[in-house]
Design a protein. Sequence first.
Length: 457
Amino acid sequence: MNEGLLGIRGRMIRPADAEYESARRVYNANIDRRPALIVRCVDVADVMRCVNYARERRLAVAIRGGGHSAPGFGTCDGGVVIDLSAMKGIRVDPVARSVRAEGGCTWGDVDHATHAFGLATPSGIVSTTGIGGLTTGGGFGYLSRRYGLSCDNLISADVITADGELRIANPTQNEDLFWAIRGGGGNFGVVTSFEFRLHPVRQVYAGPILYSLEQSAEVLRLYRDFMRTAPREISAFFAFLIVPSHAPFPERLWGKTLPGIMCACDADPAEAEAMIKPLREFGPPLLALPHPMPYPVLQSLFDGLVPHGLHHYWKGDFVRDLTEEMIAEHVKFGPRLPSGPSIMHIYPLDGAVQDVGPSETGFAYRDVRFVHVISAISTDSGSLPAYREWAQEYWGALHPHSAGGSYVNFLMEEGEERAAKSYGGNRERLAVIKAKYDPENVFRVNQNIQPARQASA
């Protein structure tokens, strides 16, 4: 038993244990780190003890929820991994239209629980993503144009701060902490429980529409112009993709690199079909698959394309508009996708996302229309360097036209200056709050914000 961790009810895994090798592995197989201790916490008391243990010994703390962090922030070298994956309690209040979920839940867990009541909250586009990392970084998905970011729908949170204390963060308790965890990432503590506002969502009209590669520039303009006037019920993202070699895609398209628009509409099917008619008629498309489906089905459509254990390298940026200069670069680099799992996506960040001011939450970029991510993904480590070069060159061509920062959940380990730009105008206030709740920077395995006194040194 590790001294100082007496009373832990969860499983403690050390380097000598048989399960250590599997337990230390994370979503991105390119991450190879060896923590001194992995603790699969089962309750808040376990988390408190782990935080105290790490702080007293000046060990790094990695927080693992769903484990989808591309830069591998769910693990560390020589420190303590606080693994929340066993903490999956969920309670839905259908009258208040809210859900409380523990920090180990994935969005698939939450969607399963809330869908029984015909309710949902904005989240990402992959159901195996953890609720914690996505929400504290901002969090957007198919419902965001209508209902805002995941962090905008956060009502309250339980946070274990660096002193090992439990603090409730909401609009009336520890308001500064509540402000910071809505966009400031994992810098301020371990969020062991999230309470979200829910909205009536049961069926959606959704699916991909694929076009010929020769039409890439025209499709990008179509997407840009369509989203400018699209009702908030509609969300759609643009993609360059290599068509998977399985149903529901026809064999004639397997393995082809194509531009596509993935649309989702939270409306009556007949109304939804009319709303997306311009997308279905343009081209004409090579394939149009939108149809009614339960919301959890939409959320899990891409799970099989990004399983645990692939090698990832991501680059992204916020974009104020999709300019002609950017379209030209997309047409140059997008068709050169290096592998089947690799993608380039452009997501919308308008509508309800912009109803919230840039200083109302820690998430600062409320004046951009889009965010893009270039994901080089390989099934083996040997191919990744060449794929990474493609992603870096692609991003380098786009970056001069960007808003400067990136969505923190799309950042790899790109340095403190890049992280600072991605917190935008809220960076200084976040640093002050960091100094209050984590003055020794215990929670530094993240897109780190130095406590204010260190940031100004």
